[in-house]
Design a protein around this ligand. Sequence first.
Ligand code: PAF
Length: 399
Amino acid sequence: MKNGKRVRRDESPSDMSSRGLAGQAPISSFSCPSFSWPLLSSLFSVYTKGVLKVAKRQKNVYFAIYIKTEGCETHIETVLECARITQFVEVLVFGAGAIGSFFGALLSQRHDVTLIGRAEHISAIKSRGLRVRGKTAIIAKPHAAIRVPRTASPDFVFVTTKSYDTANAILALRPFADRAIFVTLQNGLGNAETIAKTARRVVAGTTTHGVTFVGPGEIRHAGIGETVLGAWSGVDESDLVRLRDLLADVGIVASVTSDIRTELWSKLVVNTSINPIAALAELPNGRIVRDKHLLAVVEMVCREATEVAKAEGARVDQEELRHRTLLVAKRTAANRASMLQDLDRHHRTEIDAITGSIVRAAKRHRIPVPLNAALYALVRARETEFRPTSAVNVRDQSL
Ligand code: PAF
C-alpha cells in the first residue's frame, strides 16, 4: 500500500456480530487514525451465511463466506476471498464461576453448551438465563446442571474450577477423557499436568478477562483481556486453530502460542503481582496501580516473581512483565480480582497455586522472595477462617 499506513482486517459475519456484543476491539488489530472501520467495512464487505448438515454426525455447520479487505486512510481493496466453516460443537464447562460462566455464556450463542456449577447459580440460570453485564451485555441460555449429564458427549471440556479442585473435577470428567479436548483456563500452575494424567488431549490456556461473579445467574464482564492457547498433550496446531476460531466467532479474541509454559509462567507472575495485594487491600485492580505506595509493592512482587520464572526456564523479561502486569490491572480496573472475590464470599482462595507456586520454586532455586512470602502468609492467614474444603462433591461428583 503506497498511500498512508497499511492496515489489515479480515471481516466476517462473526466479526460483525461480535462487535459491540462482547465489547471487544475488532478481531484484527490495526492502527489507522481517523479511520472509520465500521463504516468502511459495511461499505466494502460482502457476506453470505447458510446452514449445512453434516450427514455423518448430524450436527449443524455454520458456513460463512467473506471478503478479506486491506486498506488505508484513502484506499481499501479486496485481497482474498475466504471461507470459514465453523462446526457446531458440544461444550461442557465444568466450574461455572466467573470465568467459566463468561466463556460458557458467549459460546452458548452458537454452540450446545452445558454449564456445571453450584446449585443456586444453576437454578437461577435455568429459570432466568445467565445475565452478563458490563463490557459484554447478553442474556445467555446455556444448559445448566449441578452434575455432568449422563447423555453428555462433549467435543470440548472447559475446566474452569478453582485450581485446588482440578483433581476432583477430573474424576467427574473421566468418561470424556479419551475423546474430548480438555481446555484449562485456570489460574496457577499444575492444572494441565493434573488433567493430562487422565485426559488424552489437553490444551492449556490463560485468560486475563476480568469477570466478577455478581450473584446467582449474573456476572459482570469488568475488563477485556487476552486469551492465549497452547498445546499441552495430544493436540496439534490444527486443534488450537479450530478452538481459537470457535472463540473468535463468539467474540473472544484468542491467540495461539508454541511456548505455553512461558505463557503460564507469565500469567502466574501477573496473578501473583495483582491478586494477593488486591485481596488484602480490598481494592479493585485499578486502584492498586493508581496508589503509588501499592504500585511500588506490585512492582517489587513482580520483580521477585519474574526472577523465579526465569530460573524455571520461562523466556520472560523483567520490563515486559512489569508492563504486562500494569496493563492487565488497568484494563481490568473495575474488576475485583478473583482472590478478593473469594475472600468477599468467604471462600478458599487460590493463594497456594498462585503465590505458593512462586514461593516453592524460589526455594528450589534459592532465590529470596520476601514480599511474595509475606503475601502468601497473610492471605493464608485470612482464609483459614473460611471453608477449607473442595467445592466439588467427590461422592456424587457435583459442584
Ligand atoms: O484472577 C483474576 O482476577 C484475573 O486472573 C485477573 C487477570 C488478575 C483479573 O482480575
